[in-house]
Design a protein around this ligand. Structure first.
Ligand code: PEP
Length: 257
């Protein structure tokens, strides 16, 4: 079956660039993507760069996203930032539960669930929820269970307003930053598991209308071709290759045809 969903390509700049470097990259993205009419292109800079990047990409189709979010709206939560604050800074998207946060900040799926719920309640941002197995889980054949369980924990009991969208990013942890993406057929298989789980959780209509499923893990202009025409792959989350405007543009152009 042909995949007719609008494709999305998301750049995750992590904590890799200074403010100056981030704004320079954002300006290059603006000039690359001006006139790019199809699909959705999102860049996620660090928090302190959001406002400046917002200004730098203004007038281009590139949209702004945060790399994380807290689940409360306001209050004594030192170091945290809410969905409303991200929206005030110009964000339209936010990554929730990236594997690096699961590893270094000990975020778990109970927290990811609270974050997702608050993002949807505030109704100003589209969440990009990350799931994915680690190498040990893969080696012991637990991937399918892990993905289903993570989705149940993150999304169980969530209800949607009619037009709300959630992006599910399948990122096998062991492929992130490794330089080697998984085989497209394996990503597609994992996305099928995601789709079946979403069907179980929300019914086929919500699963089809309110979700897009993207792959993340060492995508570059060299391997993107294998991911562009898959039935259950609606886009890509890109780390390393998004730090170069020309390279990211090549990935986006291949994916969003
Ligand atoms: C990521 O961090 O989400 C990611 C996909 O990184 P990379 O493309 O560098 O593997």
């Amino acid at each position: 079956m042909e995949n007719k969903k609008e494709k999305i390509v998301i750049a995750n700049w992590k904590m890799k660039l200074s403010l100056k470097e981030t704004v320079e990259l954002a300006k290059k993205m603006k000039s690359k993507f001006t006139g790019f009419k199809k699909g959705t292109v999102v860049v996620c800079p660090n928090f302190v760069s959001l406002a400046e990047v917002g200004k730098a990409i203004k007038g281009s189709p590139v949209k702004l996203g945060g790399q994380s979010v807290f689940w409360e709206e306001l209050g004594a939560y030192t170091g945290e930032i809410s969905a409303n604050m991200l929206a005030e800074a110009g964000c339209e998207y936010v990554i929730v539960g990236h594997s690096e946060r699961r590893e270094y900040m000990l975020e778990n799926y109970e927290m990811i669930h609270k974050k997702l719920k608050s993002v949807l309640n505030m109704d100003k941002l589209t969440p990009i929820v990350c799931i994915g197995e680690n190498m040990n889980e893969r080696k012991t054949d637990r991937r399918d269970f892990v993905l289903t369980h993570q989705l149940q924990q993150a999304l169980g009991g969530i209800s949607f307003l009619k037009n709300q969208e959630v992006i599910i990013a399948y990122e096998p942890i062991w492929a992130i930053g490794s330089g080697v993406a998984i085989e497209p057929a394996e990503a597609e298989y994992a996305h099928k598991i995601v789709k079946l789980t979403l069907n179980d959780l929300f019914g086929p209509q919500v699963a089809a209308n309110n979700f897009r499923i993207v792959y993340g893990g060492s995508i570059s202009s060299k391997n993107v071709k294998g991911f562009t025409d898959l039935e259950n792959t609606d886009g890509l989350l890109v780390g390393g290759a998004s730090l170069d405007a020309e390279e990211f543009y090549k990935v986006a152009k291949a994916m969003i045809k």
